[in-house]
Write a protein that binds this ligand. Structure first.
Ligand code: ADP
Ligand code: 5GP
Length: 206
């Protein structure tokens, strides 16, 4: 029996370690797909177009909004980011589980549209640690870092409506917790029973 792919939406204040955790998770569970978003943000050193993001101009992004090509999109820290409808439909069709690394505004849009997903929030252990990680990453200017830290206070308020909150203090512990959430969600009876019933040839009452 074909298993339907699950959608895992992961949000965090910038610098909390979401990218690090998602990459490590995919190393552990290589069958997981990772949605590649569209963004108008300038490409960073080390990033690859079409791998980290699809880097597009504001004009192209606006055209995609007009064409209703996004399932969600948002302005985050002064740049635009969006998930293409096609990315999700392709993932669904393939039956693959997929990670969506998006901010809370995009997550709210998916929740309000009734998209079936597991919502996971990654929190930093403290704001001072968040600041030192953002500075230590050395990818953004001082103004960009200041803007991201300022926004982090509001973003943390959103954690309360997510299904899971993981504190990324010790990376190994956070990774183990994230992997446990993914594995537990895969084992939910509503996902597994139809497969078990078919493979064991159980006659279901309903
Ligand atoms: P995000 O994707 O949430 O913006 P990153 O994954 O880029 O964050 O992580 C920000 C910085 O913090 C990176 O330099 C990363 O190596 C570091 N980092 C991530 N997780 C931890 C952790 N648990 N402890 C210490 N540093 C971490
Ligand atoms: P960064 O510029 O550091 O890569 O990402 C900044 C923020 O944009 C992160 O919180 C990230 O999760 C978010 N983001 C990345 N892609 C998307 C997307 O497709 N939609 C939304 N809403 N946010 C995104």
């Amino acid at each position: 029996m074909e298993r339907q792919g699950l959608l895992y939406v992961i949000s965090a204040p910038s610098g909390a370690g979401k990218t690090t955790l998602c990459h490590a998770l995919i190393d552990l569970l290589p069958e997981l797909g990772h949605s590649i978003s569209f963004t108008t943000r300038p490409i960073r050193v080390g990033e690859v177009d079409g791998v980290d993001y699809h880097f597009v101009s504001p004009v192209t992004f606006q055209q995609m909004i007009d064409d209703k090509a996004f399932v969600e999109w948002a302005e985050v820290h002064g740049n635009y980011y969006g998930t293409a409808v096609k990315t999700l439909t392709d993932a669904c069709d393939s039956g693959r589980d997929i990670l969506l690394d998006i901010d809370f505004q995009g997550a709210v849009q998916l929740k309000e549209r009734g998209v079936e997903a597991v919502f996971i929030f990654i929190a930093p252990p403290s704001f001072s640690e968040l600041e030192s990680r953002l500075r230590g990453r050395n990818t953004d200017s001082a103004e960009v870092v200041a803007c991201r830290i300022k926004n982090a206070h509001g973003e943390m308020q959103e954690a309360k409506w997510y299904d899971y909150v993981i504190i990324n203090d010790d990376l190994d512990v956070a990774l183990m917790e994230l992997k446990s959430v993914i594995c537990a969600e895969r084992c939910r009876s509503r996902h597994m029973f139809p497969i078990v019933a078919q493979s064991l040839n159980i006659i279901t009452s309903k």
